[in-house]
Design a protein. Structure first.
Ligand code: FUL
Length: 507
């Protein structure tokens, strides 16, 4: 009784003190600190969704443009192609595509299953414009999503599909019915080919002229609203929870060019109104959501699709792309076009395999693993977790070195018992808690005992998921004899909050 009176009196301010709100009287505000026995650093927002984190770890994967255009020598079919034109000269072999990707050191692949011409490489219920009506038995038996998913699982690779939102064949394109009855249904059908897909690719080319069921002409759509993205995400994520929706889907961004390079400064954060061609390479430092970059590039000298007379780029050029994308906090999706027999031509196989060898030779014998690693600042340990420098070389992506809160500069030192020949330094931030580092530099202790700055020409600003710095400053084919060093220092000069580094490697 008494208590109730007191509470009512408090509410009405009857006890002579300042008026008290009802909420304060019933739920007294108590200063609360969440328990943090492991002294874990607070996140710097925005942070990636767990599916974006898994996606980022894919790093390097293949793109396979195969379909109607393979048989018409075009890059963009108009949508009026005779279905019989799709007539593979042998059964398309996605397993071979992925084997080559694996030999190149890739961890997955994305196959085009519908390009802008609208021809579907699986037996879909949404349109007659599909493989079941193609020109020969090889064509009619083609089912790329089925065979690609199966091969990927067999080879232990990640897989996903490219479904063009723009459909120059469909009479319904431009109407709401297209989105509901064709596009979203196609995505749902494709999702059924495997719940473990890692990415669906939705191109930005949308609207324009086409066949449109024979009406021909131009159709335009409002990119921001037309594809019902909330529904799209729901449709796909319900079936494929780890599938990142690229481009139109808004979970990973185009790096803004198709030439295989990302900015040296590259943030994985963006704002809604960013212009891909301008900001795509760099991201936006204080962007308000997580939108990591993906670089799409061609491994051949003609189009995305196969063309007679094409040839692959040199392994050295492909290696340079690797450094300028994966080495700059972007993923790399490298296109290799299957030919009219539905296989990758020998020349591509050779170039990609050689490229894989270069990556292996140059970026796998980690000298940091046998160095002694120290840092001038180390975060105080918690009950079950420490933040010692050893966390950067233990090969465990879940452990990281950190400094105490408020310490945003620090020096990491690696030293060896005997001189080492070094060419690249690789760094990784623990991005689950946000991208932090703004500026760093690298120094080497030469054999005469002087510290010399390395890679002066390189903008050593952001790190992000992964940064690879060529110590001679050049990403071009200039794999020289390297530097002779006794020790190396990585100096973090500026960070949004205490830096968290999960890996340092030296090659
Ligand atoms: C572009 C498309 O228009 C090309 O045909 C290709 O598919 C490429 C990867 O994306 O925007």
């Amino acid at each position: 009784m008494k208590r109730r009176f007191l509470r009512a009196a408090l509410c009405l301010g009857l006890l002579g003190t300042a008026p008290v709100t009802y909420a304060q009287s019933v739920l007294p505000l108590v200063e609360q600190t969440l328990p943090n026995p492991d002294n874990e650093p607070a996140p710097v927002h925005p942070v990636p969704h767990p599916r974006q984190l898994k996606w980022q770890e894919t790093e390097f994967y293949a793109f396979f443009h195969y379909g109607m255009n393979t048989y018409t020598n075009r890059e963009w079919g108009y949508g009026n192609e005779d279905r019989a034109t799709f007539a593979p000269t042998a059964a398309p072999n996605p397993r071979q595509w992925l084997e080559v990707a694996k030999a190149a050191g890739m961890r997955g692949g994305i196959a085009v299953v519908k390009h802008h011409d609208g021809f579907c490489l699986w037996p879909t219920a949404t349109t007659e414009h599909n493989v079941t009506n193609s020109g020969n038995d090889y064509g009619r038996q083609t089912n790329i999503p089925r065979d690609f998913a199966e091969a990927a699982r067999d080879l232990g690779m990640k897989y996903g599909f490219y479904i063009s939102p723009w459909d120059r064949n469909s009479a319904l394109y431009g109407t709401e019915r297209y989105v509901k009855e064709v596009f979203l249904r196609q995505c749902a059908e494709i999702a059924q080919y495997g719940t473990d897909q890692f990415e669906m690719w939705f191109d930005g080319a949308n609207g324009g002229d086409g066949y449109y069921g024979g009406e021909e002409g131009r159709r335009s759509i409002d990119r921001a609203t037309y594809y019902d993205v909330p529904n799209l995400r729901d449709t796909v994520h319900r079936v494929c929870p780890d599938c990142v929706l690229w481009g139109v889907g808004g979970e990973a961004r185009w790096i803004g060019n198709e030439a295989g390079w990302a900015g040296q400064t590259n943030w994985s954060t963006e704002n809604r109104d960013y212009v891909p061609e301008k900001n795509g390479m760099y991201g936006t430092e204080d962007g308000w959501f997580w939108l990591p970059g993906e670089s799409d590039a061609k491994a051949t000298n003609r189009g995305w699709f196969w063309h007679e007379g094409e040839s692959p780029l040199s392994p050295e050029r492909l290696f340079q792309m690797y450094l300028e994308t994966i080495g700059r906090n972007s993923t790399l999706i490298l296109n290799i076009p299957p030919n009219q027999a539905g296989v990758l031509p020998d020349a591509s196989v050779e170039a990609l395999t050689k490229m894989g060898e270069l990556v292996q030779q140059r970026l796998s014998a980690d000298l940091a693993a046998k160095a002694s690693v120290t840092a001038d600042h180390v975060r105080s340990a918690g009950v079950a977790r420490h933040y010692e420098p050893i966390n950067m070389t233990d090969g465990d992506k879940e452990t990281y070195w950190a400094t105490n809160d408020g310490e945003t500069t620090a020096t990491i030192t690696l030293s060896w018992d005997s001189p080492q020949t070094v060419r690249y330094v690789e760094l990784m931030e623990y991005i689950a808690k946000g991208q932090r580092v703004r500026k760093f530099h690298i120094e080497a202790l030469s054999l005469d005992g002087t510290w010399i700055p390395c890679a002066m020409q390189v903008e050593t600003t952001t790190i992000g998921y992964k940064r690879i710095v060529p110590l001679n400053g050049s990403t071009a084919a200039s794999y020289d004899e390297g530097l002779q060093v006794k020790a190396m220092r990585i100096v973090i000069e500026d960070s949004k909050a205490c830096p968290l580094i999960s890996r340092v490697a030296v090659y």
